[in-house]
Write a protein of this length. Structure first.
Length: 181
């Protein structure tokens, strides 16, 4: 097995290691959770928490959009989004429901929380459509593995999907069929 890419290690602590799984409760994000999630996003992705709070609120209120929170022992430790996106005019990513981001607090990574959040979002989309999409940087093997484990297949590679570019210039468009529950 090749050594982990050091640029990737900055985003995923414990690369190559599994931590003990935890029991996380996942539910739609409430108004009260927004400040905590905004601070989490600012720590993880940079930028001011106020801007993240605004972005989270807009996603919560948008039609055909979802923001979910994962809590461990009552503490919000992760969040994730899904949304219906139209066909992109430049990179021609198809219209459909997309997983549009997941953020897990550093202390809680590699414990199954991202998988739980993704399964929850997939179930939500299953009630609305028969397929789900996402795009992942080619430099993010943990995310590629997570999605492969959940039935996503690679559709094509490209420098951007839905207008989002990738570090290193290459990402993957992924799709999963969602059979009825």
């Amino acid at each position: 097995m090749a050594a982990p890419d050091p640029r990737f290690a900055a985003y995923v602590p414990h690369v190559g290691e599994r931590c003990p799984p935890v029991s996380a409760v996942v539910a739609e994000t409430t108004e009260d959770e927004v400040p905590v999630l905004a601070a989490l996003q600012a720590r993880a992705r940079g930028g001011p928490a106020d801007a993240w709070a605004d972005r989270i609120q807009r996603a919560r209120r948008a039609d055909r959009s979802l923001v979910v929170t994962a809590k461990v022992a009552g503490e919000a430790v992760a969040c994730a989004n899904a949304a219906f996106l139209p066909r992109h005019p430049s990179d021609h990513a198809p219209a459909g429901y997309y997983l549009t981001g997941v953020t897990v607090d550093d202390a809680w990574r590699r414990r199954g929380i991202a998988t739980r959040l993704t399964r929850w979002r997939m179930d939500w989309v299953r009630e609305r459509d028969s397929a789900i999409w996402c795009f992942v940087s080619a430099r993010n093997p943990a995310s590629l593995d997570l999605h492969a484990d959940l039935g996503f297949e690679r559709v094509r590679s490209g420098p951007s999907f839905q207008g989002i570019g990738f570090a290193g210039g290459k990402g993957w468009l992924l799709r999963a069929e969602l059979p009825p529950a």
